[in-house]
Design a protein around this ligand. Structure first.
Ligand code: FHN
Length: 593
C-alpha cells in the first residue's frame, strides 16, 4: 500500500528528499503559542470548509465486486488496490465491471446517512487508480455507462441528492495512477503490456485532463477536488490539471496534485498530526475499518467512540475529518457502518455546536481532554471535551486567566463551579454526571484566554516525565521546523531539522536538589550533539546513532543541580556543529537527594 503522505511525514530521515514534493512549507510556520492566537479568518472560499469540520469520503468502484478476493485468495492489502496487488491482467479485470450493477444504490439514503452523522460534505472517487470512471466519459469507455450493465451515471444522482439536502459534494480523481487506461502511471510498476501502449503524456492529454474537465463542467458547483498519488507528475503535467480548475473558481483542492502545487489543504492520511498543521488548512482522511474500497473480510471497524474522539481531537487542532466508507458492489453500506454513523450522529446532534465553526484549542495540552473555541458576536466560548472523567470531580485548565461568565455541562445543564487558582482554572464537576460517550463542558468567557506554557508538576517521588505535548516548540529557522508527531499515546517531537529550533518544558520544583536526567531519543546516521539546560546549568550531550528514527534509546545525560523551589525551564538546544535531527519521546528527571 502506498501511504503516501503519512510516510513522508513520519520519517525525519526522508525529510530532506521529500519535503519539497510532499508537503508544502507554511510561509511563516507559527509556533504553538501563535497558533492559539489565530483570529477567525477573513471571508473567503474556505469559509464553508472551515466551518464544516466533518465530511464523508466514499471509495467506490469496480473493486467492490471482488471485494479483496481474487481466484479464491483473500488479499491482505487495500480493497481498491487489488488489481495492482494481485497483478490482475487488464482484460480479466474488465470482467469485474461486467458484474458491477449496483441495483440497491440509493444516493439519497447515503446523503441522509451522512447528514444524520453530522457530516457537511461528501467526497467520492470519480476515478481511482484502477482508472474506472463512475461517470460517463467521452475520453475513455472504461466507465460506468459503457463498461457495466448499470449503464447510467452514478455521480449525477448523488450530486442531485446532495443539492436537495444541503450537502456539499466533491470529487476524488486519481490524476496520474491509472492501471487500466494505457499510459497511466502505476506507482508500484506495470504488470500488463496493455498498460503501456502509449506514453503518460498521451494518457494525460487524451484521458485524465479531459475527464477532469468533464467532472468540473457537468455537475454544477463542485466543492472539493481531491487529487491523489502524483506519480511522475512534473510541473508541466500538473499545470494542465491546475489550469482546468479555473472551471470551478470556488473549488477547494488538496496538496496531492504534484508539480509543487500546494493546493488549499494538507491531507494527513490515517493519523492526526500532533499540533495540527501550522499555517495550513488540513484534513485528516481516515478509513472506518482498514480499507478504503469495500473488502468483504475487513470487519475491523472503529467504534463510535473512536470516531467521535478523532473528530474532537482533529477539531481541537483546527482540522477537518474526512471519514471514509466503502459501499459494496450493490450500492449498500455495510450495517456496521450505518450503526456507527448513526451513533456519531446522536452525539453530534447534542454537541455539534462544540465542533462546527470552532477553531483550535488555545491550550498547549489538557491531560484529561480536548478543547475547541468559538469567537463570534456573542463573545468567546470554550468547549471542553472530557475524555477522562475525573474521580475527584476536578479538572484543571492550566494557565487559564479569563473571566468566566457561565459554565455548564452541555445538554445536561448540570452545575459546574469554576475556581480560579495559581495554576489555572479548576472546573468542579462533582455535581455533574458524564455523558455515556463524551461529555462537553461549555464555558462562556469574557476577555482573552491566557495561555502561558504548560507547567509540569513532579510526581510524589520528585520525578518528572516530560512529554512532547507539554513542550513549547520554538521555531525560528528557515530550514524546516520541529513539530509533534504520532498518535495519542506515542507522541514524539520530530522533523527537528533546524538548529535554530529549540524545545522547552516548564517545571514546578518544590524543593531544590540534584536531578539525574534521561532522554528517550532516537536519531539516524551520525551521532547528534545537543545541550540540555536548566537554570544556570548546561549538559552537553552526544546521542549515538540509535539505528533509525523508530528505534528509541534511553540515554543518561548526566546530573544537574536545581538550587531551590520555583518554576524552571528545561530546554533542549541543538549544537550547530554536530546536530543531526533527533526525535524526542520524553525527557525524564529524577531527584537523587
Ligand atoms: O492509494 C490511495 C489509497 O487507495 C486511498 O485512495 C488513499 C486515500 O487517501 N490515498 C492513496 C494513498 O495515499
Amino acid at each position: 500500500m502506498i501511504n503516501f503522505l503519512s510516510r513522508c511525514i513520519s520519517a525525519v530521515g526522508l525529510l530532506f528528499s521529500v519535503l519539497s514534493t510532499c508537503e508544502a512549507q507554511p510561509l511563516n510556520p507559527p509556533d504553538r503559542r501563535t497558533i492559539s492566537a489565530v483570529e477567525p479568518p477573513a471571508p473567503n472560499k474556505m469559509d464553508w470548509w472551515r466551518k464544516a469540520r466533518f465530511g464523508m469520503f466514499i471509495h467506490w468502484g469496480v473493486y467492490s465486486v471482488p471485494a479483496g478476493i481474487y481466484h479464491g485468495k483473500a488479499y491482505d492489502g487495500l480493497g481498491e488496490w487489488l488489481m495492482q496487488d494481485a497483478h490482475i491482467p487488464r482484460a480479466e479485470y474488465a470482467a469485474f465491471a461486467r458484474q458491477f450493477n449496483p441495483k440497491h444504490y440509493d444516493p439519497e439514503k447515503w446523503v441522509l446517512l451522512a447528514k444524520q452523522a453530522g457530516m457537511k460534505y461528501i467526497v467520492i472517487t470519480a476515478k481511482h487508480h484502477d482508472g474506472f470512471a463512475l461517470f460517463p466519459s467521452k475520453a475513455s469507455s472504461w466507465n460506468i455507462a459503457d463498461a457495466t450493465p448499470y449503464r447510467k451515471d452514478l455521480l449525477m444522482p448523488l450530486v442531485l441528492a446532495c443539492r436537495k439536502h444541503d450537502m456539499k459534494i466533491g470529487f476524488y480523481y486519481s490524476q496520474a495512477n491509472d492501471w487500466y487506461n494505457p499510459g497511466g502511471a502505476a506507482a508500484n510498476g506495470h504488470w500488463d503490456s496493455a498498460q503501456t501502449t502509449r506514453t503518460m503524456d498521451e494518457y494525460l492529454d487524451k484521458v485524465a485532463v479531459p475527464q477532469v474537465k468533464e467532472i468540473l463542467t457537468r455537475y454544477g458547483d463542485v466543492a472539493e477536488l481531491w487529487w491523489d498519488v502524483p506519480s511522475d507528475m512534473t510541473q508541466e503535467r500538473a499545470a494542465k490539471f491546475n489550469a482546468a480548475l479555473a472551471l470551478q473558481p470556488g473549488i477547494v483542492t488538496n496538496d496531492r496534485l504534484g508539480g509543487n502545487i500546494p493546493g488549499d489543504i494538507t491531507t494527513p492520511e490515517q493519523y492526526v498530526p500532533g499540533t495540527g498543521v501550522p499555517g495550513r488548512d488540513w484534513e485528516t482522511c481516515m478509513t472506518i475499518n482498514d480499507t478504503w474500497g469495500y473488502k468483504v473480510n475487513d470487519n475491523n471497524w472503529k467504534s463510535t467512540y473512536d470516531i467521535v474522539k478523532n473528530l474532537i481531537d482533529i477539531a481541537s487542532k483546527g482540522g477537518n475529518y474526512l471519514l471514509n466508507v466503502g459501499p459494496d458492489a450493490e450500492g449498500r453500506f455495510p450495517e456496521a457502518i450505518v450503526a456507527r454513523l448513526q451513533g456519531v450522529g446522536r452525539w453530534m446532534e447534542k454537541y455539534g455546536e462544540s465542533i462546527y465553526g470552532t477553531t483550535a484549542s488555545p491550550f498547549t495540552w489538557l491531560p484529561w481532554g480536548r478543547c475547541t473555541r468559538r469567537v463570534d458576536d456573542a463573545g468567546t466560548t470554550l468547549y471542553f471535551h472530557v475524555l477522562h472523567w475525573p474521580k475527584d470531580g476536578r479538572l484543571l485548565v492550566p494557565g487559564f486567566a479569563g473571566k468566566v461568565i457561565s459554565a455548564e455541562v452541555m445538554q445536561r445543564h448540570d452545575k459546574v463551579t469554576t475556581l480560579p487558582g495559581d495554576e489555572g482554572l479548576l472546573l468542579d464537576v462533582s455535581q455533574a454526571s458524564p455523558d455515556s460517550l463524551i461529555t462537553v463542558i461549555k464555558l462562556r468567557i469574557d476577555g482573552k484566554v491566557m495561555t502561558p506554557d504548560y507547567v509540569v508538576s513532579p510526581d510524589p517521588s520528585d520525578s518528572y516525565n516530560l512529554l512532547p505535548q507539554q513542550a513549547v516548540i520554538d521555531n525560528h529557522g528557515a530550514n524546516g521546523y520541529a513539530r509533534m508527531e504520532g498518535g495519542e499515546d506515542n507522541h514524539n517531537i520530530g522533523y527537528w531539522t533546524d538548529t535554530a529550533s529549540n524545545v522547552a518544558w516548564k517545571i514546578k520544583v518544590p524543593r531544590g536538589g540534584t536531578y539525574i536526567i534521561w532522554g528517550t531519543l532516537s536519531t539516524s546516521s551520525d551521532a547528534s550533539a545537543f545541550a540540555i539546560e536548566i537554570g544556570n546549568e548546561t549538559l552537553k550531550c552526544r546521542l549515538p546513532d540509535t539505528g533509525g528514527y523508530e528505534d528509541y534509546t534511553k540515554m543518561n545525560m548526566g546530573r544537574i543541580t536545581i538550587p531551590g523551589p520555583g518554576i524552571y525551564t528545561v530546554r533542549m538546544t541543538p549544537q550547530p556543529d554536530g546536530w543531526q535531527p533527533v526525535n524526542v519521546r520524553s525527557i525524564q528527571l529524577k531527584k537523587t537527594n
